[in-house]
Design a protein around this ligand. Structure first.
Ligand code: HEM
Length: 229
């Protein structure tokens, strides 16, 4: 156990923890987006999916995923805060001109895109999972079940323009966050030769654009009236 703590204390150890937990969280968001595409197949289809997720069969799976992803999120944030503080304390202050040659926009935004995404996540769970926050004034539960009426809640929620605007802004930030996260992940894995930079950039772009396009399409389709007429 001791060597694990020692390893975590090193910069490399923290970066490794960020990479592993980041990929887990990314895979969750990708799968979540893919599951939500069922909204395009109609109310019955996405509500059957929500009912399955809340069924007795899936409950251990749901709680298993919540615990693993929750722990991943806590570790991801902890390592990020520690690495940032470490960076700040080792940076020469005087006469140091800030240069952004290496760090691109995505890298520089990580420090504030992270906390905003965290706030979005809290709002999102209170909005669509628990119904504690109800900007549309309603939170529907499926008839006879314990699962939320995901279709009705999504349509009512995203018809409120500022809710949609907040989701879209958060998802775009998340895309930028993922782009830099994936780019760093490939580097941590050792795929960092300058010869492969083009491929690394392309793969990081494709994967993050996929999540953004899928997730942004839901509020846009509802605002446009294509879903939930
Ligand atoms: C526009 C895009 C999104 C839509 C339409 C959407 C939709 C939903 C819905 C309907 C639920 C409730 C599911 C249920 O209780 O049956 C939910 C839960 C959740 N969503 Fe999203 N979501 C979106 C984006 C995101 C993003 C970007 C993240 C992560 C950064 C995320 C993370 C979660 C989490 C953690 C839960 C709670 C899961 C649980 O019950 O433990 N969602 N989402």
């Amino acid at each position: 156990m001791h060597w694990l703590v020692e390893y975590y204390r090193s910069t490399m150890g923290k970066k490794f923890v960020m990479a592993i937990t980041g990929v887990l969280l990314f895979l969750y968001v990708l799968a979540h987006m893919a599951g939500n595409l069922q909204i395009y197949l109609g109310a019955e289809r996405i509500n059957a999916y929500a009912a399955f997720l809340h069924s007795d069969t899936a409950l251990p799976l749901l709680w298993g995923a919540r615990i693993v992803l929750g722990a991943a999120l806590v570790l991801h944030i902890l390592a990020a805060v520690q690495l940032t503080l470490q960076n700040w304390s080792s940076r020469p202050r005087k006469y140091a001109k800030v240069r952004y040659r290496e760090a691109d926009i995505a890298a520089r935004t990580m420090i504030w895109s992270g906390p905003i995404i965290g706030l979005f996540l809290v709002y999102h769970i209170l909005h669509l999972t628990t119904g504690t926050v109800q900007p549309a004034g309603t939170f529907a539960i499926q008839a006879g079940g314990h699962a939320p009426d995901a279709y009705a809640n999504l349509v009512a929620g995203f018809r409120v323009w500022w809710v949609s605007a907040f989701y879209i802004a958060a998802v775009v930030l998340l895309g930028i966050h993922f782009y830099h996260g994936l780019w760093s992940w490939f580097q941590t894995l050792g795929w960092s030769h300058p010869k492969h930079n083009g491929a690394r950039r392309a793969l990081s772009t494709i994967l993050s654009v996929l999540v953004v396009v899928g997730d942004v399409s839901f509020p846009l389709a509802i605002l446009a009236g294509w879903v939930g007429k």
